[in-house]
Design a protein around this ligand. Sequence first.
Ligand code: NAD
Length: 310
Amino acid sequence: MNSKVTVVGAGNVGATAAQRLAEKELADIVLIDVVAGVPQGKSLDLSQAAPVEKHDSRLAGANTYESTADSEIVIITAGITRKPGMSRDDLLATNRKIMQDVTSQVVKYSPKAILIVVSNPLDAMCHVAMEESGFPKNRVIGMAGVLDSARFRAFIAEELKVSVESVHALVLGGHGDTMVPLPRFSTVSGVPITELMPPDRIDALVKRTRTGGAEIVGLLKTGSAYYAPASGAVEMAESILKDKKKILPCTVYLEGEYGISGLFVGVPVKLGKDGVEQILQIKLLPEEANALNRSAAAVKELLDAMKKMA
Ligand SMILES: NC(=O)c1ccc[n+]([C@@H]2O[C@H](COP(=O)([O-])OP(=O)(O)OC[C@H]3O[C@@H](n4cnc5c(N)ncnc54)[C@H](O)[C@@H]3O)[C@@H](O)[C@H]2O)c1
């Protein structure tokens, strides 16, 4: 029997994630959305690409959750993006409600699933998913660090004119302007980039990474990035489904690690069949630790704003 992955939200990120999961033959996929016909239509379209793309993953779309039963992984991309005139708090309140509704349905049919949260504001939505599901912390994981690190890797490869495959990078912290790219732990075939480029170029790439999402929003005018975000979520799902135990930067619930407690923050973790199997604690320099603490403080601010709405 194939593994089953549900993707909630059949918009740009969700549909692209479904496509990548299917093309890699990682699982059978159920695509869910509130809009009637959209998940059904997109999954039918993706199924009809299968003979050409040469995969046998089965895809189905639905507006209710019965067919999601016993999913091993549920990737949650449902939500709305900020509309003109809408405050950050309005967005927070709307997406919280969506996340609560989605999570309660998911849990009803797949009580043992591992949740990969993608919807924004990411760090806050992870809290909502954990609270609503009652799942242990190893089964609620946010996708942000894989994307932010992939952006940093792409910029480093472009700058040094080397293959992206030779570049590894680490970006920690919350998913926002305060994220913490770590040049010391970003390497080309093991050589830290601090030995390969001058500080002003590193600073420029760090800045571009921090504003990577906004750069794409500015170009697209409507909507936000989705190819790389979908790739990030699928890399996490693959590591779990195949029990690969990849070390990836993910948004997880910290209880004292890095001196942070009670918050979802991006740190390196080991992802395997049980979800988060280990949180890696790397020794940070004082300025790196300070940047991570500032980022955690921004996550806390978001959480406090959400609590006040309750
Ligand atoms: N974590 C990250 O790094 C990252 C990166 C990119 C996008 N995002 C976030 O992911 C989310 C999805 O982005 P997108 O570009 O796919 O947006 P999108 O608007 O294309 O898709 C969102 C989909 O969610 C659906 N939806 C809304 N309420 C729902 C509900 N209650 N149940 C099921 N489906 C519901 C909508 O109908 C829509 O099809 C957004 O919140 C976006 O900000 C996060």
